[in-house]
Write a protein of this length. Structure first.
Length: 200
């Protein structure tokens, strides 16, 4: 991190290596180079007072809904799942993420909890992901017991933007998502959505 001017100054002082820089008197460096001389001396000696901030990448996004009354209304549950997928996909696109693993979670009235997941091609598209979510729910909900909680999670995240699927996407569909996202950005996430996600 030494520019040409500082390099010339250090060269005139006989400094060509980090080892030499580390044993130079700090006041000499400060006198010739100023504050950056002191900073360079600290770096050469491994001194850095900058707080250490742990780096972490988002690993997943999820949402859950605990019902006020346990239910076996599958139509309503599918509607809630649709709304969940729409909100999570909007979040994916807003934060420029793509997901590759979908997880659906059920908790029954007796508190038994089950999950199913599947791996998919990277996407942030509502209609693509919703198909997998509803399919997972159909495979998961085999016991005719009332449901207490339902949840959806996206994992296997990578940074990226949605790319058109040659066989499924159309320009109209992509334009629709962009328009809906713009409306949500302006008026809030509940301002527009799929009809299938509105039934509660």
């Amino acid at each position: 991190m030494v520019g040409n001017v500082t390099y010339q100054l250090l060269s005139r002082l006989g400094v060509r290596t980090i080892e030499t820089l580390s044993v130079m008197p700090v006041d000499v460096l400060h006198r010739h180079i100023g504050k950056s001389g002191s900073d360079l001396w600290k770096k050469a000696n491994g001194i850095d007072d900058t707080p250490v901030v742990q780096y972490s990448e988002r690993k997943s996004i999820f949402t859950e809904d605990t019902f006020s009354q346990d239910t076996i209304d599958v139509v309503n549950v599918r509607s809630i799942l649709s709304g969940m997928v729409e909100k999570l996909c909007y979040q994916l696109r807003a934060e420029k993420w793509l997901t590759s693993v979908i997880v659906v979670k059920i908790r029954y009235s007796n508190f038994d909890t089950e999950t199913k997941q599947c791996k998919i091609p990277y996407t942030s598209s509502d209609y693509t992901i919703l198909k997998y979510v509803l399919e997972l729910f159909k495979k998961l909900y085999k016991r005719r017991i009332r449901i207490r909680l339902i949840g959806v999670k996206f994992t296997g995240l990578v940074h990226g933007c949605h790319q058109m699927n040659l066989f499924e996407d159309t320009e109209e569909l992509i334009s629709l998502y962009q328009t809906m996202d713009n409306i949500k950005n302006r008026f809030g996430t509940d301002s527009v959505g799929r009809a299938s996600g509105l039934l509660k």
